[in-house]
Write a protein that binds this ligand. Structure first.
Ligand code: IPM
Ligand code: MG
Length: 379
């Protein structure tokens, strides 16, 4: 079984069951900024190929988010984009942001668009699987003997915590200050911990909750609520808690000890960037953001990489793997998802590499990598 297959077990209650009948789906593309358009184009080619070979009909429409939306209409998330996303069966996003929009005194920022679409669609659960590819083990900055066997599924809470807390500024000179509050409610903690525990049941049956309960009040609530959910509803799942600073250390020291990890919004942001280095390149990792109903949003973990945008050298594999997650979780198309993941595996086994994973060896471009996956899909 494909190693990403477990996720469908965990959220199958959210979505349509696997089907062999032809499916019509409306997929919204949000290419965004930087390398976003280049990598989303490749994922779209892959999805079109899958539709053709499995007899499905996918309709794509492209909408603006992030910096490009600010430049075009002054809003990082135009209402038109929100409406299109609400009507979609699933959403595939590239990336947002770049130095052009980094002015701290600007009225708005590309990232605001991303946070808003998560909130508007109620995408409270961000699944970030950290999966190793054998072929790329030597691309990791860590020693092979440390990372071997690593297979972690992070569940990051995505619509609460400090990212969405009340904020403000005031005062002048030395007295000028700024604040942002971190708030978690019982309901917010319960739903993400439940999902994480179900995920654990579908794989290694172990769950680690990460917090900073020795300092932060919301972390103490998180720890108490999580313990109650685990004790009352999942007594069979092996459960432990780790402080976030210690977790940062364990991820480098003994990453293969973890199975499913659940944590809040900001800790999850930081820890998943750290963990994304384990497999060697940020360019290989997909993610899914899911709510209790409505469309899911799928994107690579990496950002818009403005330094290499437009050069046709970006690695499209994370976005292609995100499109596999889209088929699995939003459309219930397990075999189709697996076919994409197998094609990516085949491309790597054949030695094809984009520059981020080439380690000084021969590298192919974005479009060639997309074509290589498409070729291996065509049966
Ligand atoms: C991520 C990103 C975003 C986040 C930014 C771009 C707002 O870093 O998805 O991890 O912090 O959530
Ligand atoms: Mg991040």
């Amino acid at each position: 079984m494909n190693r990403l297959g477990y996720i469908s077990v965990l959220i199958s209650h959210f979505f349509t069951p696997a089907t062999n009948t032809p499916l019509k789906a409306n997929i919204v593309l949000l290419p965004g900024d930087g390398i976003g358009p280049e990598i989303v184009t490749q994922a779209q080619r892959v999805l079109e190929t899958v539709a053709k070979s499995f007899g499905h009909q996918f309709e794509f429409s492209s909408h603006m988010i992030g910096g490009i939306a600010i430049d075009t209409c002054g809003d990082p998330l135009p209402q038109e984009t929100i409406d299109a996303c609400r009507d979609a069966d699933a959403i595939l996003l590239g990336a947002v942001g770049g130095p052009k929009w980094d002015d701290p005194s600007a009225k708005t920022r590309p990232e605001v668009g991303l946070l808003k679409i998560r909130k508007e669609l109620g995408l409270f659960a961000n699944l970030r699987p950290i999966r190793l590819f054998d072929e790329l083990l030597d691309a990791s900055p860590l020693r092979r003997d440390i990372i071997e066997g690593t297979d972690i599924l992070f569940l990051r809470e995505l619509t609460g915590g400090i990212y969405f807390g009340e904020s403000g500024t005031g005062g002048n000179g030395q007295e000028e200050s700024a604040y942002q509050s971190m708030v978690y409610s019982v309901g917010e903690v319960e739903r993400i911990v439940r999902l994480a525990a179900k995920a654990a049941q579908g794989r290694g049956n172990r769950l680690t909750s990460v917090d900073k309960a020795n300092v932060l009040e919301p972390s103490r609530l998180w720890r108490r609520v999580a313990a109650k959910v685990m004790q009352e509803e999942f007594p069979d799942v092996q459960y432990d808690v780790v402080l976030v600073d210690a977790m940062a250390m364990h991820l480098i020291n003994r990453p293969s000890d973890f199975d499913v990890v659940v944590t809040g919004n900001m800790f999850g942001d930081i820890l998943t960037d750290e963990a994304s280095m384990l497999p060697g390149s940020l360019g290989m990792l997909p993610s899914a953001s899911l709510g209790s109903d409505g469309p899911g949003l799928y994107e690579p973990i990496h950002g818009s990489a403005p330094d290499i945008a437009g050069q046709e050298i970006a690695n499209p594999l994370a976005t292609i793997l995100a499109s596999a997650m889209l088929l699995r979780h939003s459309l219930g198309l397990e075999s189709e998802a697996t076919s994409i993941e197998s094609a990516v595996q085949a491309v790597l086994s054949d030695g094809l590499r984009t520059h981020d994973i080439a380690r000084g060896g021969e590298a192919i471009g974005t479009n060639s990598m997309g074509s290589a996956v498409v070729d291996r899909l065509t049966v």
